[in-house]
Design a protein around this ligand. Structure first.
Ligand SMILES: [Zn+2]
Length: 67
């Protein structure tokens, strides 16, 4: 496998995670739990009350997003 393919996979995983987080976390300032699309474990996320920025994390596979 070339390095480029690994990067593509990482971006794909990231986007998958972001999509589920975005669909789950609707209300600002509230902590949401959702099933991680990458490992199936429990992930959690929250949307900032002030600026609406999204933060989500899966402790199991260490996927983390910050918008
Ligand atoms: Zn995970």
């Amino acid at each position: 496998m070339s390095e480029e393919e690994i990067d593509d996979k990482e971006i794909e995983d990231f986007l998958k995670f972001l999509k589920v987080a975005n669909e789950t976390i609707k209300e600002k300032g509230k902590m949401y739990e959702f099933e991680c699309p990458l490992c199936g474990d429990k992930a959690e996320g929250i949307k900032n009350t002030y600026n609406g920025h999204l933060f989500a994390k899966c402790k199991n596979c260490n996927m983390q997003i910050m918008e």
